[in-house]
Design a protein around this ligand. Structure first.
Ligand code: RIB
Ligand code: CA
Length: 315
């Protein structure tokens, strides 16, 4: 069992059941030195996402984790949430007690800036599981942090799979497309886990068997979340299981060999209401626009679920 830290990370998240599984994985992985977890408004409003992050940390028996609250709304537009997918609390499927661990008083954006300026340049990886508001605000506040980021690994966007909140836009990008534009134009090395890859990682009944066998409280919590979360996409796509989006970000850090994609240009549609928030991904290099992101399209799905289960089982 590896004990060597391979990544110093900040996780920005909007829990969300899939965020919760991603956070459990990260909290169980000694290779990942979690400098802090920052909450952002997304699936549900900020007052819930910041509480949900702390509930998940306490479930993982990691109450010493530093948790920060960030933006409660997108940079320019009204917040769009996803209670229809995640339920009113954002973590429907399991009842967890209100957290006792503290919320840090520092704003998440100030924490992100402070960490990137104080840690050695090129040593911190940003992992985003929700809308990119906190990251974009940090870049606006301190543009000098951009070249200091080692890599930004995000769940967001879609090309071949289209969108999931509109026909052309994926939720994390759509909620704050203005922020996404700032991030994709920042020059930070970006790895994207879009719907094109997450839709190939379905929570089939067979893959969920192992989670149901885990001891309480982790077993009942993870299966409760996964079974609640998948129902919306199973009905929408008519599939056995739904796509498990956010854990792909953490899995990439632990086992990048599970994934493959192309280094391409990704731009964000901001001017059309019809396609607002679309990730215009030049996958076939039909333009000479600068390649600013690795866009993943393939995953070893069984290898991914084996890794998710193996890590969550450690808690
Ligand atoms: O489109 C899927 C993304 O939106 C996931 O991060 C999910 O948690 C929601 O935030
Ligand atoms: Ca999320």
């Amino acid at each position: 069992m590896s004990k060597t830290v391979t990544h110093d990370i900040i996780i920005d998240t909007d829990p969300g059941q899939d965020d919760a599984i991603a956070l459990l994985m990260a909290l169980a992985s000694p290779e990942l030195n979690i400098l802090g977890i920052t909450a952002v408004a997304g699936n549900v409003p900020l007052e819930l996402t910041q509480k949900n992050v702390r509930k998940i940390c306490e479930l993982a028996k990691k109450p010493e984790t530093k948790v920060f609250a960030g933006a409660d709304a997108p940079m320019k537009r009204q917040l769009v949430t996803a209670e229809h997918v995640h339920g009113a609390t954002g973590l429907n499927g399991v009842e967890l007690p209100d957290p006792e661990m503290p919320l840090q008083s520092q704003h998440a954006v100030d924490f992100i800036v402070e960490m990137l300026l104080s840690q050695p340049a090129g040593s911190v990886t940003l992992c985003t599981l929700g809308p990119l508001t906190n990251i974009a605000l940090a870049l606006e506040k301190a543009p000098q942090i951009a070249p200091r980021v080692k890599e930004l690994v995000m769940m967001g966007g879609g090309l071949f799979e289209g969108g999931n909140i509109t026909p052309s836009a994926e939720f994390n990008i759509y909620v704050d497309a203005d922020a996404a534009k700032i991030v994709f134009d920042s020059g930070i090395p970006i790895v994207v886990m879009p719907l094109d890859v997450t839709h190939k990682a379905l929570t089939t009944a067979k893959r969920l068997e192992g989670f149901g066998k885990l001891e309480a409280p982790i077993g009942p919590a993870s299966i409760g979340w996964l079974e609640y979360f998948e129902r919306f996409d199973e009905e929408k796509y008519g599939t056995d299981g739904g796509p498990l989006h956010d854990p792909n970000v953490i899995a990439y850090l632990l086992k990048p060999e599970l994934y493959s994609g192309r280094h391409i240009n990704v731009d964000i549609e901001l001017n059309s209401e019809l396609t607002f928030g679309m990730t215009v991904a030049d996958y076939w290099h039909v333009t000479d626009k600068p390649k600013n992101a690795v866009w993943m399209t393939k995953v070893d799905a069984d290898g991914f679920f084996d890794l998710v289960l193996e890590r969550v089982a450690r808690l």
